[in-house]
Ligand binder design. Structure first.
Ligand code: NAD
Length: 441
């Protein structure tokens, strides 16, 4: 047997035993929407978990058992902290004690739509100082295909350890869907691919201790590409249905009714819904990781560019609809009081990242509207440097027009239809309600 495989086999046996006996010390770098739920699942499964985050306020809140993530209640977090199963620190020296490390740091795009790898790079620079033989490192941040091999592998080898020989290196895409009551970290199947078959197997074994279903794949590149296929599929289908919505609008056809009827086909069709634009940390961003990478290989990702363009038109389309609705009521946008209902990027969550509500509000403001908003999950927001406080839902009644941008379940839609003068509904929140004051997307 070659020497490298012998080393892996020895290190592997020890780690395998620790994982199976739940004595492996688990580390999660980045305690956000992805990292904190993952930390909780492993702590629940009986592991001692240490979260590492640069944000002192987050580590302090975790250490106090005080959750800041909607899907994790403090009632779930606090007992895990109190029993010593879960702790948090800003100090990367904790890596010395860790057997496994999942990296869950942000991967935004730069203004130029190039990947911003700075968070991954800075986490790796810190980790490598303390990395020791026999550790399992798994990148979970969404990124372009090749990141694990081309960026992580050399960075983590700087201390003299070699991936696939001295330590195990994998990529595993995160699929968390904030606010989804049915599918959460524990029951969403977890894809994992390693730099070597031994790395993949270690990753599989690790996740199998806390998650219900693990799907091993042959390489880190396959695992990276899985995530991009999933999110590109979604972004392009939303782009298609947004274009269909604009076509239906021109032809006077109710697109929502069309989709609902089409979805009765039991095979070969999957419903996607139009809306005011893409939001969140994934769908508007991830496909551009793919297009950035394929450009280097000389392939233009044309579907992605086109869907990106169409989805980017939606806030403008919504604002035009608002303007037309007001004009039909003999009112100009300038000086009209417009109340936006729901500003989070999707239903029943508090996440404002890339929210199309910000674009809709900014465009309305530029046309001279006087804006208010309500959102039970977002008490204040920042619009181009200006902080705006949420108004009570009742402010809708005082406005000239209400725009439903995010269809939170908590809104009282019945009262809204009774009392608001004019409503532009971008989410079909008022499905089945017939009133001349409702204008649908
Ligand atoms: N939020 C989602 O729904 C979702 C779903 C699937 C995949 N993802 C992907 O998962 C990754 C993480 O996303 P998120 O939503 O959890 O982000 P987040 O912003 O909620 O959390 C990231 C955390 O990492 C911390 N951090 C940043 N740099 C760090 C560093 N160098 N060292 C330690 N901590 C650091 C931040 O303080 C923050 O707490 C991203 O790549 C994202 O694309 C997110």
């Amino acid at each position: 047997m070659p020497e490298s495989q012998v080393v892996t086999a020895t290190a592997g046996k020890a780690l395998e035993q620790k994982i199976l006996s739940r004595s492996a010390r688990v580390g999660i770098v980045g305690l956000g929407y992805v990292g904190l739920p993952l930390a909780v699942e492993f702590a629940r499964a009986g592991f001692h978990v240490t979260g590492i985050d640069l944000s002192e306020s987050k580590t302090q809140r975790v250490s106090a058992g005080d959750s800041y993530i909607g899907d994790i209640s403090s009632a779930t977090l606090a007992p895990l902290v109190q029993s010593g199963r879960l702790d948090a620190t800003t100090d990367f020296a904790a890596v010395r004690e860790l057997d496994t490390i999942n990296i869950c740091v942000p991967t935004p795009l730069r203004k130029t739509k190039d990947p911003d790898m700075s968070y991954i790079v800075s986490a790796c620079e810190e980790m490598v100082k303390y990395l020791h033989p026999g550790t399992l490192v798994i990148l979970e941040s969404t990124t372009y295909p090749g990141t694990t091999e081309e960026l992580l592998r050399p960075m983590l080898s700087k201390g003299g350890l070699e991936a696939g020989k001295d330590f195990f290196l994998c990529f595993s895409p995160e699929r968390v869907d904030p606010g989804n009551p049915k599918y959460q970290t524990a029951n969403i199947p977890k894809v994992v691919g390693g730099c070597t078959p031994a790395c993949t197997e270690m990753g599989r074994l690790f996740y199998a201790q806390a998650l219900q279903h693990v799907v091993p794949v042959s390489s880190t590149q396959v695992a990276e590409m899985v995530k991009l296929l999933e999110n590109t599929f979604r972004m392009i289908n939303i782009g298609l249905v947004n274009e269909i919505a604009m076509m239906c609008d021109r032809m006077g056809i109710n697109v929502w009714e069309v989709i609902e009827a089409a979805a009765t086909k039991p095979f070969g069709f999957m419903p996607f819904f139009p809306g005011p634009g893409l939001g969140g940390h994934c769908i508007p961003i991830d496909p551009f990781y793919l297009s950035w990478k394929t450009k280097q290989a000389g392939i233009e990702a044309r579907f992605i560019e086109l869907a990106g363009y169409i989805n980017g038109q939606m806030p403008h389309f919504v604002v035009d609809k608002v303007q037309n609705a007001l004009n039909d009521a003999s009112k100009p946008v300038r000086g009209s009081r417009i109340h936006v209902m729901g500003v989070a990027y999707k239903r029943d969550i508090d996440d404002m990242r890339e929210s199309p509500a910000l674009d809709v509000m900014m465009l309305l403001e530029r046309r001279g509207a006087v804006l208010t908003y309500s959102d039970p999950h977002v008490p204040k927001l920042n619009l181009e440097g200006l902080e705006i406080q949420a108004s009570p839902e009742e402010a809708a009644v005082e406005s000239d027009c209400v725009v439903i941008v995010t269809d939170h379940a908590a809104f009282d839609y019945r009262a809204l239809v009774e009392r608001a003068p004019l409503i532009v509904d971008t989410r079909n929140a008022l499905k089945g309600v017939n009133s001349p004051k409702i204008v649908r997307l």
